[in-house]
Design a protein around this ligand. Sequence first.
Ligand code: HEC
Ligand code: HEC
Length: 186
Amino acid sequence: MKQRYWLNAGVLAVSLLTTAGVALSDGDKSLLSWFTNTNPGIDPKTTQLYTRECGGCHFPYQPGLLPATSWEQIMGHLDDHFGENAELTESNRDAIRNFLLNNAAGRANYGLPNKLMAAQGERPLPLRITELRYFVYEHSDLRRDLVQDNPEVRSFSNCDSCHQSAKQGLYDEHDVRIPGFGRWED
Ligand code: HEC
Ligand code: HEC
């Protein structure tokens, strides 16, 4: 059993490092650094737990997309989570909470999370990524018929409906394809 676990961990580490290589060459826009395990706080097993427990109802948002204060509030009220009950066992909740807080925007010094925090300035911190000032600004050109009235998107919260590489933490505007409308040309 033990041997098998280490084997899986090795395979996972290699695949994470490979993906990370792609990200680094892609400049500072990537959120991938939370995947690369350079931060001693990140355990690949926790990222699997996170994807399983927080990726069932929606895209598993990378921790660097929100500041720690917002994650803390979300994890403190999972019984009333945007109108849903998303409660977890205590041990899973604690593991995920630590993972989110350790890798939150403002805690690591790289690209997108830094931009999110800088754009927010002294303004109050929302619970939603989609209410961050940077987010609202970047998506202000998108008409309702492309998002809310688009049955294949419905909500800005569904990042991966439009951002082809959202799961890899890449949100480059040149990598956007809006379902039913096609590639985004700025
Ligand atoms: C039972 C389903 C469910 C589970 C499980 C769940 N969520 Fe959610 N979550 C929702 C719904 C519904 C919304 C609102 C989506 C919308 O407005 O389109 C949401 C929204 C969010 C948002 C705000 C997205 C935005 O609009 O910026 C965050 C952040 C979030 N969830 C984090 C989490 C985390 C962390 C977990 C795991 C602890 C989790 N969710 C588990 C249902 C769920
Ligand atoms: C309806 C499709 C759609 C959804 C859903 C969506 N986006 Fe976007 N996003 C876009 C488009 C289009 C742009 C480019 C806008 C422009 O340049 O005018 C963009 C731009 C961005 C940028 C700036 C990229 C850059 O190169 O500067 C970020 C970051 C981003 N989105 C993150 C997210 C996140 C995180 C989510 C989910 C919480 C999300 N987006 C949901 C369509 C979408």
